[in-house]
Every structure is written in structure tokens, then in C-alpha cells.
Design a protein around this ligand. Structure first.
Ligand code: SAH
Length: 348
């Protein structure tokens, strides 16, 4: 089967074998990509219509105990100004977001030991009480199962934890020896068992990544069947060990988005900040390749520069909550509209 036939098979059956994944990735061409994006858009419209979901992202701490080689807020980066938002400031971000129309708040941060279960559950309960009609999403890395359970019981609904790369040896080239792919995958399994709507995902074009690694990611995601999949290009940060490494491309990221849409038709697929950061209309192109979620930044503007995961990370304009009017125009420009409501996954 050639690439277009493989795309046809994926469209029909929502699955490929390991060898077929490698071939569909390595054999891509602009024509095959156009065909893929057409099918992916059609699939997305059939399930979700023209609405693009928005989630308000609150980057509430950039302290992190981990030392991931790619990440700008890694522990060993002594050059960044560390911050953590107080509960009151986080609540104020939610209020501002609510006024703007957000019904999902995503609390993301480094693995910050200050945020014990007690502190996080207090925070979640406060948000839950004040915004009973909103979804609360957490993205705070690897924790014990009992901790995840406590966060869920306090009222969190969703959890984003990218698996980063399925392959253990590739994972080991991106992380220090104390971090393991298998543990991250076990966390995702626990989160799902507990009842969270989960988001997994990976960086596209991370150092040493091959088509085989991407093929394993696709097989893993098919099996995990998460509610959301976040992917974006790797972008180097100057104060990390990967400073000189090449960034992932727009082209491959869009292609992977299209493949994900055909593999898991009902999955929530964000056009991520990283995609918008490597190309001025990257998010629009992501939507046109099959994505249906955008996560504007609700963090206090004077802190955004400090949550620098990579170089040139967007945090204003259409990327920001205040820039919602701009985002609305951009979506209308591609025949889509911003959806109101929590935007739960259809993939239950
Ligand atoms: N501490 C949380 C949040 C991590 S930041 C956690 O462990 O899940 C969110 C995501 O940003 C990461 O999962 C990673 O995939 C992505 N990221 C980090 N550094 C990046 C870089 N240099 N380029 C692109 N994406 C990056």
C-alpha cells in the first residue's frame, strides 16, 4: 500500500500496524498531507461541528523538581525568575476567565513540592465552589495514585500528562535517569482508572526522535484511548542541554495531528501554543489539519514571560485570554467559531 492507501485505510479502520505507521510517516508528501487534512477536517466536523473549544491556561508555578533536558523551567536552570501564584491570584485569574467566557480552567505547573495534596485540594475546592459549572483540569506531573485520587475527590475533572515518548530508550535520552517512561505511563493508567478525563501526548521532532518512535506513540495512544492528545513541535531553550538542537517542524506536527484525528475521531486535539509559536498562523493550520481545541493564557501578564518552556513562547495576542476577540476573528477567518461551554470529550 502506498501512503495515500494507508491514509485511506486509517480513515476506514482507525488503525494501522507498526510497519504501516512507519510507512505513512516516512512516505508523506504534500499531496498526501492535503488529502489527510481534508479527511481529518471532515471527521472533526462530523463529530464536533464548527465549534473550537477554548480552555483557559493558568501557569501557576514554574518551580520544578525535575530536570528534563528539553524544558526551560527545569531545576538546573538558574537563570529564570521563579514564581508561584497565590490562591487568591489563581482565583482572580479564574474570575477574569469566567467573564471572558471560559468554562474550563487548566492549572499547569512544574512539579513544585510546595503544592502538597493539602494545598492543591484546598485550591481545587475553592475553584469548584465558586465555579460549579466549570471543568477543572490539572497538569502538574507525576504523583502517587493516592494523591491523584485526593485531587479527583476534591473536584478536579481532567488531567493532562503528556507521555512525551513511549519508547523507554528514547525517553531516557530526554530525561535524567530517575525518570522513566513506564512510570509516566503508569500514572496515566491510574488517572484514567480514577475517572479523570485524561490528556496524553508528545513533542514532535524532539531530539533523537525517529519514525519508529512516533509509530510506537501512535500504537500506545490507540490503546490508551485518552480524551485529549496534546502534541506540539519541540522548540529548543537556550538554557537547557538541548539548546543547539533543531526544532520540530510545522509540517510534521500538522501531519501527526491529521493522523491522530483519523485514528481517534472523537479525541480532543489542541492546536498548541508551541504550534502557534513556530508559525504566526500555526494554530489556524492546526485546526485545518484536524485539531479542535485552543488554550489561551489566563496567567497574570507580568508572570507569563517566566513560564518559558522554550524560546519564543507566545503569551500575548491571540494566545492570550485578552486577545479573545483576535482569536475569534482568526477562527472565523477559517470558517470556524469559538464554542461556549465546558467542551467535554464525546469520547467517553
Ligand atoms: N510539569 C507538568 C507540565 C509540563 S509543561 C508535567 O510534567 O506534565 C507541559 C509540556 O510542555 C510538557 O509535557 C512538554 O511536552 C512540553 N514542553 C516542555 N519543554 C518543551 C520544549 N522545549 N519545546 C516544546 N514543548 C515543550
Amino acid at each position: 500500500m502506498d501512503t495515500r492507501e494507508l491514509i485511506g485505510k486509517l480513515h476506514q479502520t482507525h488503525a494501522l500496524t507498526f510497519e504501516e505507521w512507519i510507512r505513512v510517516i516516512e512516505g508523506r508528501s504534500p499531496d498526501a498531507a492535503d488529502e489527510l487534512f481534508r479527511l481529518a477536517r471532515e471527521t472533526c466536523l462530523a463529530h464536533y461541528g464548527r465549534g473550537v473549544y477554548i480552555r483557559g491556561l493558568i501557569e501557576f508555578t514554574n518551580y520544578c523538581r525535575n530536570d528534563c533536558y528539553y524544558c526551560g523551567i527545569r531545576k538546573s536552570n538558574g537563570k529564570i525568575r521563579r514564581y508561584r501564584l497565590t490562591e487568591d491570584v489563581i482565583l482572580a485569574c479564574c474570575r477574569q476567565g469566567y467573564e471572558l467566557g471560559f468554562r474550563t480552567f487548566v492549572l499547569q505547573g512544574g512539579e513544585d513540592a510546595y503544592f502538597t495534596d493539602a494545598r492543591l485540594t484546598d485550591l481545587i475546592r475553592r475553584i469548584r465552589r465558586e465555579f460549579p459549572d466549570c471543568a477543572i483540569t490539572l497538569s502538574v506531573g507525576e504523583r502517587e495514585r493516592a494523591s491523584y485520587q485526593a485531587l479527583f475527590d476534591a473536584g478536579a475533572d481532567r488531567y493532562l500528562l503528556r507521555h512525551e515518548t513511549y519508547d523507554e530508550s528514547h525517553y531516557a535520552r530526554l530525561h535524567p535517569a530517575c525518570l522513566h517512561a513506564a512510570h509516566r505511563q503508569a500514572c496515566l493508567r491510574d488517572l484514567k482508572d480514577i475517572g479523570f478525563q485524561v490528556g496524553a501526548g508528545f513533542m514532535v521532532g524532539s531530539p533523537y526522535q525517529t519514525a519508529e518512535h512516533l509509530a510506537r506513540d501512535m500504537l500506545y495512544l490507540k490503546e490508551l484511548d485518552p480524551h485529549m492528545i496534546g502534541i506540539g513541535p519541540f522548540i529548543p531553550h537556550r538554557d537547557t542541554p538541548f539548546a543547539g538542537k533543531p526544532a520540530g517542524t510545522l509540517e510534521l506536527t500538522l501531519y501527526m495531528l491529521g493522523l491522530l484525528r483519523l485514528m481517534l475521531p472523537k479525541v480532543l486535539l489542541p492546536a498548541t501554543t508551541a504550534l502557534g509559536s513556530i508559525c504566526s498562523d500555526g494554530r489556524e493550520q492546526g485546526i485545518l489539519a484536524g485539531a479542535n481545541v485552543i488554550m489561551p493564557n489566563l496567567s497574570p501578564p507580568d508572570r507569563r514571560g517566566d513560564y518559558a518552556l522554550y524560546e519564543g513562547k507566545l503569551s500575548s495576542g491571540a494566545e492570550s485570554a485578552e486577545g479573545l476577540a483576535d482569536l475569534r476573528r482568526r477562527m472565523e477567518g477559517i470558517g470556524r467559531r469559538i464554542a461556549v461551554g465546558r467542551g467535554d470529550s464525546l469520547n467517553q
